[in-house]
Design a protein around this ligand. Structure first.
Ligand code: ZN
Length: 410
């Protein structure tokens, strides 16, 4: 059996393609395979109808799956057809699309590996360059978005995300029921920066029934303007984030007042412990935390009031009971003699209807929290995502729950 016959059997290219030549590199690390055809009819890439061959494009090289651990490349001169309907168009080549220099099979493999690891790992495992993984990711997301269409989730989440530096923000549009990211607005969080997205989607946004978001004024106004039928909901995640901010302010002003130097250092090193919920504090931090609480009574009090608020989500979800619980809590918070806590409590009171709506509608924070931690991972492995469009693509790739695979690579 010749090498050509062997590869003809191994690759088994769809008719009319046949292997015409195979070259193995000296050290066996690379195989080059030439494909050719005899027949003169191909499918038009626009209408998928058969049409006679018009001419051939210059040779293209597509990286295919390795054979026996040797990198394998297919050399092809893609035919152009003369379609009666569309004129001269690219003919369909069943092994690879016209846009990438890899075959569908390799494209599908890269997508699978990138889903499980990241771009660098995918590049190491498949031997397809890091840059090309980026193009594959981009095409996969474009394809996924096109397949998904523009139907908007019934419940829509809006979430700001700090990226790369203190002053840059993205707005993440989520589908909390599906635990997925619907879109990423890379222009910031201020109203003037993101209104264009809402303008573009305005016909669909009318159908949104519930909008889950933080308590920032810009999201609120956008929701009122573009989602007139949506009930506004403030979920657990955003309510507690507001309180954590207040606890942190109390902690900071306490820090400045500590006289004993050792206490001051100890207190500073324990600053993160105040952000934990009681039951989530890791055992190894418990001692530190108790010590920090004993150093600053106001911070300990602020933390306790935040913990009390968390109890709201453990109350029977009946309106009267929730209202009573919040009322009691509000009294306590506003009588705490802690200015940041008082302010936060007032903010929460102003948004109470939305907090209540989120609890009554069972909008949990697990989706937002889960997506946030996933996005953090993407951020950390994202030395290449300095470019905001690439970062958006990566978020949609990993969190969009899109159908990413190429049709022919399945
Ligand atoms: Zn056609």
């Amino acid at each position: 059996m010749t090498l050509e016959m062997f590869y003809q059997k191994l690759l088994n290219p769809p008719k009319p393609w046949v292997v015409s030549k195979v070259e193995l590199s000296e050290d066996g690390s690379r195989v080059d395979v030439w494909l050719t055809h005899e027949q003169y009819t191909f499918l038009c890439s626009v209408c998928q109808e058969p049409a006679p061959t018009y001419d051939h494009m210059p040779e293209r090289i597509f990286q295919h799956l390795d054979t026996c651990e040797s990198k394998t490349f297919l050399h092809v001169r893609l035919p152009r057809v003369n379609c009666p309907k569309h004129g001269v168009k690219q003919g369909v080549f069943p092994l690879a699309g016209p846009y990438l220099d890899v075959t569908y099979k390799m494209e599908a493999k890269c997508i699978q590996v990138m889903e499980a690891c990241d771009r660098s790992a995918a590049s190491d495992i498949t031997g397809v360059s890091w840059e090309r993984q980026g193009s594959i990711m981009k095409r996969a997301v474009d394809r996924g978005l096109e397949r998904r269409g523009d139907a908007i989730p019934r419940i829509l989440g809006m979430d700001e995300k700090q990226v790369f530096s203190r002053h840059r923000y993205f707005t993440i549009i989520t589908d909390p029921l599906n635990h997925s990211v619907y879109d990423v607005i890379t222009d910031g969080r201020a109203m003037k920066d993101i209104t264009h997205w809402f303008e573009e989607h305005k016909d669909k946004l009318i159908d949104v029934e519930k909008a889950a978001m933080d308590m920032s004024a810009s999201y609120g106004s956008l929701a009122v303007m573009y989602m007139p039928n949506a009930e506004i909901c403030y979920d657990h995640y955003h309510v507690i984030a507001t309180m954590n901010k207040a606890v942190d302010e109390v902690r900071k002003s306490a820090q400045a007042k500590i006289v004993n130097e050792e206490d001051r250092r100890m207190f500073f090193r324990s600053r993160m412990t105040f952000l934990y919920g009681e039951e989530n504090l890791p055992d190894h931090l418990r001692f530190k935390f108790e010590k920090a609480k004993s150093i600053s009574a106001p911070t300990a009090r602020a933390w306790e009031i935040k913990e009390l608020l968390r109890g709201l989500w453990r109350v029977t979800p009946e309106e009267a009971e929730l209202v009573a619980y919040f009322k009691k809590w509000f009294w306590r918070a506003t009588h705490s003699r802690l200015e940041p806590i008082r302010k936060a409590a007032k903010t929460l009171k102003r948004h109470w209807a939305g907090i209540l709506a989120a609890i009554m509608n069972g909008i949990s924070n697990s989706a937002t929290e889960g997506l946030n931690s996933k996005i953090e991972v993407i951020k950390r492995s994202a030395c290449g995502y300095r470019n905001k469009d690439n970062f958006r693509t990566a978020i949609l790739f990993h969190c969009g729950k899109l159908d990413l695979m190429p049709e022919m690579g399945r």
